[in-house]
Ligand binder design. Structure first.
Ligand code: NAD
Length: 313
Protein backbone atom coordinates (compact mmCIF):
# COMPACT_ATOMS: atom_id res chain seq x y z
CA UNK A 1 0.00 0.00 0.00
CA UNK A 2 1.22 3.46 -0.86
CA UNK A 3 1.69 6.07 1.88
CA UNK A 4 1.36 9.53 0.43
CA UNK A 5 2.72 12.96 1.38
CA UNK A 6 1.30 15.99 -0.43
CA UNK A 7 3.35 19.20 -0.45
CA UNK A 8 1.28 22.32 -1.20
CA UNK A 9 -1.96 20.53 -0.25
CA UNK A 10 -3.84 23.75 0.64
CA UNK A 11 -3.61 25.24 -2.87
CA UNK A 12 -5.93 25.15 -5.88
CA UNK A 13 -4.85 21.68 -7.03
CA UNK A 14 -3.99 20.36 -3.56
CA UNK A 15 -7.46 20.75 -2.02
CA UNK A 16 -9.14 18.62 -4.71
CA UNK A 17 -6.25 16.18 -5.14
CA UNK A 18 -6.08 15.47 -1.38
CA UNK A 19 -9.77 14.54 -1.32
CA UNK A 20 -9.36 12.20 -4.29
CA UNK A 21 -6.28 10.52 -2.83
CA UNK A 22 -8.11 9.96 0.47
CA UNK A 23 -11.00 8.39 -1.46
CA UNK A 24 -8.62 5.98 -3.23
CA UNK A 25 -5.98 5.21 -0.60
CA UNK A 26 -7.85 5.87 2.68
CA UNK A 27 -7.43 8.70 5.22
CA UNK A 28 -4.75 6.80 7.11
CA UNK A 29 -2.51 6.63 4.03
CA UNK A 30 -2.56 10.32 3.07
CA UNK A 31 -0.74 13.17 4.81
CA UNK A 32 -1.39 16.72 3.62
CA UNK A 33 1.11 19.52 4.20
CA UNK A 34 1.47 23.20 3.35
CA UNK A 35 2.75 26.45 4.86
CA UNK A 36 -0.86 27.59 5.01
CA UNK A 37 -3.23 25.66 7.30
CA UNK A 38 -6.43 24.69 5.42
CA UNK A 39 -9.83 25.36 7.01
CA UNK A 40 -11.06 21.78 7.37
CA UNK A 41 -8.22 19.32 6.84
CA UNK A 42 -9.73 16.01 5.65
CA UNK A 43 -6.74 13.91 6.79
CA UNK A 44 -3.63 14.29 8.94
CA UNK A 45 -2.20 17.75 8.20
CA UNK A 46 1.33 18.98 8.90
CA UNK A 47 2.45 22.58 8.58
CA UNK A 48 5.64 22.12 6.56
CA UNK A 49 7.90 24.50 4.66
CA UNK A 50 8.87 22.74 1.43
CA UNK A 51 12.22 24.56 1.61
CA UNK A 52 12.96 22.88 4.96
CA UNK A 53 14.70 19.77 3.66
CA UNK A 54 15.38 18.23 7.07
CA UNK A 55 11.78 18.62 8.27
CA UNK A 56 10.47 16.89 5.13
CA UNK A 57 13.03 14.12 5.41
CA UNK A 58 11.98 13.49 9.00
CA UNK A 59 8.32 13.19 7.99
CA UNK A 60 9.16 10.87 5.09
CA UNK A 61 11.16 8.54 7.35
CA UNK A 62 8.90 8.73 10.39
CA UNK A 63 5.66 8.24 8.39
CA UNK A 64 7.18 5.65 6.00
CA UNK A 65 6.13 7.74 2.98
CA UNK A 66 6.38 5.96 -0.40
CA UNK A 67 4.96 8.63 -2.73
CA UNK A 68 5.22 12.42 -2.80
CA UNK A 69 2.88 14.74 -4.71
CA UNK A 70 4.92 17.91 -4.98
CA UNK A 71 2.53 20.80 -5.74
CA UNK A 72 4.43 23.72 -4.19
CA UNK A 73 5.33 26.44 -6.68
CA UNK A 74 5.26 30.16 -7.24
CA UNK A 75 3.01 30.64 -10.26
CA UNK A 76 3.45 32.74 -13.41
CA UNK A 77 2.08 36.15 -12.42
CA UNK A 78 3.56 36.21 -8.88
CA UNK A 79 6.82 34.76 -10.19
CA UNK A 80 7.37 37.75 -12.49
CA UNK A 81 7.21 40.01 -9.43
CA UNK A 82 9.50 37.86 -7.25
CA UNK A 83 11.80 36.08 -9.72
CA UNK A 84 14.59 35.05 -7.32
CA UNK A 85 12.17 33.66 -4.79
CA UNK A 86 10.21 31.89 -7.55
CA UNK A 87 13.37 30.23 -8.85
CA UNK A 88 14.46 29.17 -5.37
CA UNK A 89 11.07 27.79 -4.37
CA UNK A 90 10.37 26.02 -7.67
CA UNK A 91 13.84 24.50 -8.14
CA UNK A 92 15.21 23.82 -4.63
CA UNK A 93 12.09 21.99 -3.50
CA UNK A 94 12.09 19.80 -6.62
CA UNK A 95 15.78 18.95 -6.16
CA UNK A 96 15.07 17.98 -2.55
CA UNK A 97 12.36 15.49 -3.47
CA UNK A 98 14.27 14.06 -6.44
CA UNK A 99 17.30 13.54 -4.20
CA UNK A 100 15.17 11.73 -1.58
CA UNK A 101 13.97 9.38 -4.33
CA UNK A 102 17.54 8.86 -5.57
CA UNK A 103 18.56 7.93 -2.00
CA UNK A 104 15.72 5.38 -1.93
CA UNK A 105 13.69 7.17 0.75
CA UNK A 106 10.61 7.34 -1.51
CA UNK A 107 9.51 5.31 -4.53
CA UNK A 108 7.38 7.62 -6.66
CA UNK A 109 6.95 11.36 -7.30
CA UNK A 110 4.30 13.47 -8.98
CA UNK A 111 5.41 16.95 -9.97
CA UNK A 112 3.26 19.08 -12.29
CA UNK A 113 4.64 21.16 -15.12
CA UNK A 114 2.63 23.71 -17.08
CA UNK A 115 1.79 25.06 -20.52
CA UNK A 116 3.92 28.00 -19.30
CA UNK A 117 7.01 26.10 -20.50
CA UNK A 118 6.04 27.13 -24.03
CA UNK A 119 7.03 30.54 -25.35
CA UNK A 120 6.42 32.93 -28.24
CA UNK A 121 8.40 30.77 -30.72
CA UNK A 122 6.31 27.65 -30.01
CA UNK A 123 3.59 26.77 -32.57
CA UNK A 124 0.46 28.17 -30.89
CA UNK A 125 -2.24 25.91 -32.30
CA UNK A 126 -2.31 22.24 -31.34
CA UNK A 127 1.09 22.66 -29.70
CA UNK A 128 2.88 19.30 -30.04
CA UNK A 129 4.39 17.27 -27.22
CA UNK A 130 7.91 17.93 -28.54
CA UNK A 131 8.46 21.32 -30.12
CA UNK A 132 10.36 24.61 -29.84
CA UNK A 133 10.45 25.51 -26.14
CA UNK A 134 11.74 28.99 -25.27
CA UNK A 135 9.73 30.25 -22.26
CA UNK A 136 9.90 33.94 -21.38
CA UNK A 137 8.61 33.93 -17.78
CA UNK A 138 10.66 32.91 -14.77
CA UNK A 139 7.89 30.43 -13.92
CA UNK A 140 8.05 28.87 -17.39
CA UNK A 141 11.83 28.71 -17.29
CA UNK A 142 11.74 27.02 -13.88
CA UNK A 143 9.10 24.52 -15.03
CA UNK A 144 11.06 23.58 -18.15
CA UNK A 145 14.27 23.23 -16.15
CA UNK A 146 12.23 21.07 -13.76
CA UNK A 147 11.02 18.83 -16.59
CA UNK A 148 14.58 18.25 -17.77
CA UNK A 149 15.67 17.54 -14.20
CA UNK A 150 12.92 14.95 -13.83
CA UNK A 151 14.05 13.26 -17.03
CA UNK A 152 17.68 13.35 -15.91
CA UNK A 153 16.89 11.76 -12.54
CA UNK A 154 14.82 9.10 -14.31
CA UNK A 155 17.52 8.31 -16.87
CA UNK A 156 20.55 8.46 -14.55
CA UNK A 157 19.08 7.26 -11.28
CA UNK A 158 15.85 5.41 -12.21
CA UNK A 159 13.79 7.85 -10.18
CA UNK A 160 10.11 7.18 -10.92
CA UNK A 161 8.97 10.78 -11.35
CA UNK A 162 5.85 11.50 -13.40
CA UNK A 163 4.48 14.74 -14.72
CA UNK A 164 1.77 16.45 -16.77
CA UNK A 165 1.72 19.97 -18.20
CA UNK A 166 -1.48 21.36 -16.69
CA UNK A 167 -3.27 24.00 -18.75
CA UNK A 168 -5.14 26.77 -16.85
CA UNK A 169 -7.19 25.02 -14.18
CA UNK A 170 -10.74 25.97 -13.25
CA UNK A 171 -12.04 24.95 -9.83
CA UNK A 172 -14.54 26.05 -7.20
CA UNK A 173 -13.30 24.57 -3.89
CA UNK A 174 -10.05 26.54 -3.70
CA UNK A 175 -9.26 29.89 -5.28
CA UNK A 176 -6.35 30.17 -7.71
CA UNK A 177 -2.89 31.14 -6.50
CA UNK A 178 -1.40 33.87 -8.73
CA UNK A 179 -1.42 32.53 -12.30
CA UNK A 180 -2.24 34.11 -15.65
CA UNK A 181 -5.39 32.03 -16.13
CA UNK A 182 -6.89 33.04 -12.74
CA UNK A 183 -9.45 35.22 -14.57
CA UNK A 184 -11.30 32.07 -15.66
CA UNK A 185 -12.12 31.35 -12.00
CA UNK A 186 -12.58 34.93 -10.74
CA UNK A 187 -15.15 35.59 -13.48
CA UNK A 188 -17.56 33.04 -11.94
CA UNK A 189 -17.33 34.54 -8.43
CA UNK A 190 -17.92 38.06 -9.79
CA UNK A 191 -20.72 36.96 -12.14
CA UNK A 192 -22.60 35.45 -9.18
CA UNK A 193 -21.84 38.21 -6.67
CA UNK A 194 -21.96 41.38 -8.82
CA UNK A 195 -23.12 40.34 -12.31
CA UNK A 196 -20.06 42.10 -13.72
CA UNK A 197 -16.34 41.39 -14.11
CA UNK A 198 -13.33 43.35 -15.29
CA UNK A 199 -10.97 40.95 -17.03
CA UNK A 200 -7.19 41.45 -16.92
CA UNK A 201 -6.78 39.84 -20.36
CA UNK A 202 -8.06 41.07 -23.74
CA UNK A 203 -11.35 39.65 -25.00
CA UNK A 204 -9.78 37.56 -27.77
CA UNK A 205 -6.97 35.93 -25.73
CA UNK A 206 -7.35 32.22 -26.37
CA UNK A 207 -5.79 29.84 -23.84
CA UNK A 208 -5.96 26.09 -23.13
CA UNK A 209 -7.95 25.32 -19.96
CA UNK A 210 -9.28 22.34 -18.01
CA UNK A 211 -11.83 21.66 -15.28
CA UNK A 212 -10.22 20.55 -12.03
CA UNK A 213 -11.92 17.12 -11.98
CA UNK A 214 -10.21 16.26 -15.27
CA UNK A 215 -6.85 17.55 -14.01
CA UNK A 216 -7.17 15.32 -10.92
CA UNK A 217 -8.25 12.37 -13.08
CA UNK A 218 -5.19 12.84 -15.32
CA UNK A 219 -2.93 13.01 -12.27
CA UNK A 220 -4.32 9.84 -10.70
CA UNK A 221 -4.36 7.96 -14.00
CA UNK A 222 -0.72 8.80 -14.67
CA UNK A 223 0.32 7.92 -11.13
CA UNK A 224 -1.47 4.56 -11.08
CA UNK A 225 -0.37 3.35 -14.51
CA UNK A 226 2.44 0.81 -14.96
CA UNK A 227 5.86 2.51 -15.04
CA UNK A 228 6.71 0.86 -18.39
CA UNK A 229 3.80 2.57 -20.18
CA UNK A 230 5.18 6.01 -19.37
CA UNK A 231 7.29 6.90 -22.39
CA UNK A 232 7.68 10.61 -21.64
CA UNK A 233 9.71 11.44 -18.55
CA UNK A 234 9.83 15.20 -19.04
CA UNK A 235 6.09 15.94 -18.83
CA UNK A 236 2.97 15.05 -20.83
CA UNK A 237 0.81 17.54 -22.73
CA UNK A 238 -2.81 17.19 -21.59
CA UNK A 239 -5.74 19.08 -23.02
CA UNK A 240 -9.50 19.54 -22.56
CA UNK A 241 -10.78 22.76 -24.20
CA UNK A 242 -9.73 26.31 -25.04
CA UNK A 243 -11.62 29.62 -25.03
CA UNK A 244 -11.28 33.40 -24.98
CA UNK A 245 -12.64 35.67 -22.20
CA UNK A 246 -15.46 36.85 -24.51
CA UNK A 247 -16.46 33.26 -25.35
CA UNK A 248 -16.53 32.38 -21.64
CA UNK A 249 -18.56 35.51 -20.85
CA UNK A 250 -21.09 34.60 -23.58
CA UNK A 251 -21.58 31.15 -22.02
CA UNK A 252 -22.01 32.66 -18.54
CA UNK A 253 -24.58 35.09 -19.99
CA UNK A 254 -26.72 32.11 -21.03
CA UNK A 255 -27.16 31.39 -17.29
CA UNK A 256 -26.99 35.01 -16.00
CA UNK A 257 -28.45 37.17 -18.83
CA UNK A 258 -27.53 40.55 -17.32
CA UNK A 259 -23.87 39.62 -16.73
CA UNK A 260 -21.46 42.27 -18.08
CA UNK A 261 -17.75 41.95 -18.83
CA UNK A 262 -15.19 44.74 -19.31
CA UNK A 263 -11.53 44.44 -20.28
CA UNK A 264 -8.57 46.11 -18.65
CA UNK A 265 -5.46 44.15 -19.67
CA UNK A 266 -2.43 44.35 -17.36
CA UNK A 267 1.08 42.79 -17.33
CA UNK A 268 -0.48 39.32 -17.50
CA UNK A 269 -1.51 39.98 -21.11
CA UNK A 270 2.13 39.68 -22.22
CA UNK A 271 2.45 36.35 -20.43
CA UNK A 272 -0.77 35.03 -21.98
CA UNK A 273 0.33 36.19 -25.44
CA UNK A 274 3.46 34.04 -25.16
CA UNK A 275 1.51 30.84 -24.46
CA UNK A 276 -0.22 28.31 -26.77
CA UNK A 277 -3.89 28.59 -27.72
CA UNK A 278 -4.52 24.85 -27.87
CA UNK A 279 -2.60 21.69 -27.03
CA UNK A 280 -2.07 18.35 -28.79
CA UNK A 281 -2.22 15.60 -26.17
CA UNK A 282 -2.08 12.56 -28.48
CA UNK A 283 0.89 11.12 -26.58
CA UNK A 284 -0.94 11.04 -23.23
CA UNK A 285 -4.02 9.54 -24.90
CA UNK A 286 -1.90 6.81 -26.48
CA UNK A 287 0.37 5.99 -23.55
CA UNK A 288 -2.08 5.96 -20.61
CA UNK A 289 -5.54 6.40 -22.14
CA UNK A 290 -5.99 10.01 -21.12
CA UNK A 291 -9.42 11.34 -22.02
CA UNK A 292 -11.09 14.42 -20.48
CA UNK A 293 -14.77 14.26 -19.44
CA UNK A 294 -15.67 17.94 -19.13
CA UNK A 295 -16.59 20.04 -22.17
CA UNK A 296 -16.50 23.82 -21.91
CA UNK A 297 -20.30 24.02 -21.59
CA UNK A 298 -20.40 21.33 -18.90
CA UNK A 299 -17.64 23.10 -16.95
CA UNK A 300 -19.58 26.41 -17.00
CA UNK A 301 -22.79 24.78 -15.69
CA UNK A 302 -20.87 22.89 -13.02
CA UNK A 303 -18.95 25.98 -11.84
CA UNK A 304 -22.11 28.09 -11.58
CA UNK A 305 -24.03 25.41 -9.76
CA UNK A 306 -21.22 24.54 -7.27
CA UNK A 307 -20.40 28.19 -6.58
CA UNK A 308 -24.07 29.16 -6.16
CA UNK A 309 -24.17 26.58 -3.38
CA UNK A 310 -20.84 27.58 -1.89
CA UNK A 311 -21.53 31.34 -1.90
CA UNK A 312 -25.21 30.93 -0.99
CA UNK A 313 -26.17 33.53 -3.66
N1 NAD B 1 -3.55 26.07 -11.13
C1 NAD B 1 -3.15 26.05 -12.40
O1 NAD B 1 -3.86 26.56 -13.28
C2 NAD B 1 -1.86 25.37 -12.76
C3 NAD B 1 -1.51 25.30 -14.11
C4 NAD B 1 -0.31 24.70 -14.46
C5 NAD B 1 0.49 24.13 -13.48
N2 NAD B 1 0.13 24.21 -12.17
C6 NAD B 1 1.03 23.63 -11.17
O2 NAD B 1 0.32 22.86 -10.24
C7 NAD B 1 0.93 22.95 -8.95
C8 NAD B 1 -0.11 23.41 -7.93
O3 NAD B 1 -0.60 24.68 -8.36
P1 NAD B 1 -1.78 25.42 -7.61
O4 NAD B 1 -2.56 26.13 -8.63
O5 NAD B 1 -2.45 24.50 -6.66
O6 NAD B 1 -0.95 26.53 -6.81
P2 NAD B 1 -1.40 27.31 -5.50
O7 NAD B 1 -0.59 28.56 -5.45
O8 NAD B 1 -2.88 27.40 -5.41
O9 NAD B 1 -0.91 26.30 -4.35
C9 NAD B 1 0.42 26.17 -4.00
C10 NAD B 1 0.46 25.89 -2.51
O10 NAD B 1 1.84 25.84 -2.12
C11 NAD B 1 1.92 26.43 -0.84
N3 NAD B 1 3.29 26.89 -0.60
C12 NAD B 1 3.92 27.96 -1.10
N4 NAD B 1 5.17 28.02 -0.63
C13 NAD B 1 5.33 26.96 0.20
C14 NAD B 1 6.41 26.48 0.97
N5 NAD B 1 7.59 27.09 1.02
N6 NAD B 1 6.21 25.34 1.69
C15 NAD B 1 5.02 24.70 1.68
N7 NAD B 1 3.96 25.12 0.96
C16 NAD B 1 4.13 26.24 0.23
C17 NAD B 1 0.94 27.58 -0.84
O11 NAD B 1 0.55 27.93 0.47
C18 NAD B 1 -0.21 26.98 -1.66
O12 NAD B 1 -1.20 26.41 -0.84
C19 NAD B 1 2.11 23.93 -9.11
O13 NAD B 1 3.27 23.21 -9.32
C20 NAD B 1 1.73 24.70 -10.36
O14 NAD B 1 2.88 25.18 -11.01
C21 NAD B 1 -1.03 24.82 -11.79
Amino acid sequence: MEKILILGAAGQVGIDLTEKLIEIFGTENVIASDLKIPENPKCKFLQLDALDKEAIKEVIIHEKITTVYHLVAMLSATGEKKPLLAWKLNMDTLFTILEFAKEGLIKKIFWPSSIAIFGPTTPKINTPQSTIIEPTTIYGISKYAGELLCQWYYQKHKVDVRSVRYPGLISWKAEPGGGTTDYAVEIFYEALRNKSYTCFLKEDTRLPMMYIDDAIEATIRLMTTEAETIKTRTSYNISAFDFTPSELAALIKKHIPDFQIRYSPDFRQNIADSWPQSIDDTQARQDWNWNPRFTLEKMVSEMLSKLTNKLKV
